[in-house]
Design a protein around this ligand. Structure first.
Ligand SMILES: [Zn+2]
Length: 174
């Protein structure tokens, strides 16, 4: 009797611990950080370099939400990126540029959907927009990869599909 109760209790504790561990680690299935039309795509050529994220123009002050649970591993003013925050998840890190205002602290744990900052045009940004990046690994400045591969519904956007095809098969024009 006592032994059986012990086994049930152990199973409950184990299940709770596994749930907690999954929450703490976050995951790499990302949510959109805000709603808006993507006007700048990953891999587009910009003044001598390939664009490393997505641009989503929305009014200044629009809240930016963490794409998944994770830890703030960078939160500082950068040349070009302006006010820039990076959140490390399990295997990728998401970064958010050109903010008008920060809403987290370095080292803080944030939940999916938690406001981490507000849209602005700090750094090299001609208009108010979110510059959103996904980088491999959980340290700042990992290799940038196409955020569309991690976001729900992105492949239904014909402009995104065309941009992805272009970046996959970029050649000199005939
Ligand atoms: Zn950008």
């Amino acid at each position: 009797m006592g032994a059986r109760r012990g086994i049930v209790a152990f199973a409950l504790v184990a299940a709770l611990c596994m749930g907690a561990a999954a929450d703490a680690a976050g995951d790499d299935d990302l949510s959109w950080p805000l709603h808006g039309k993507v006007t700048g795509h990953f891999g587009e050529l910009r003044a001598g370099h390939a664009h490393e994220g997505l641009d989503i123009p929305v009014p200044a002050g629009t809240p930016i939400r963490a794409a998944s649970t994770g830890k703030v591993v960078m939160r500082e003013l950068q040349d070009g990126y302006g006010k820039y925050t990076c959140v490390a998840h399990t295997r990728v890190t998401t970064c958010y540029g050109h903010q008008s205002r920060f809403a987290t602290k370095l080292g803080e744990m944030v939940g999916r959907g938690q406001v981490i900052g507000y849209v602005g045009s700090t750094g090299n940004a001609p208009v108010n927009h979110l510059h959103f990046e996904v980088r491999l690994g959980t340290r700042p400045w990992g290799k940038p990869v196409n955020p569309m591969k991690f976001l729900p519904g992105a492949w239904r956007d014909p402009i995104a599909q065309a941009a992805a095809r272009l970046s996959l098969s970029r050649r000199s024009p005939p």
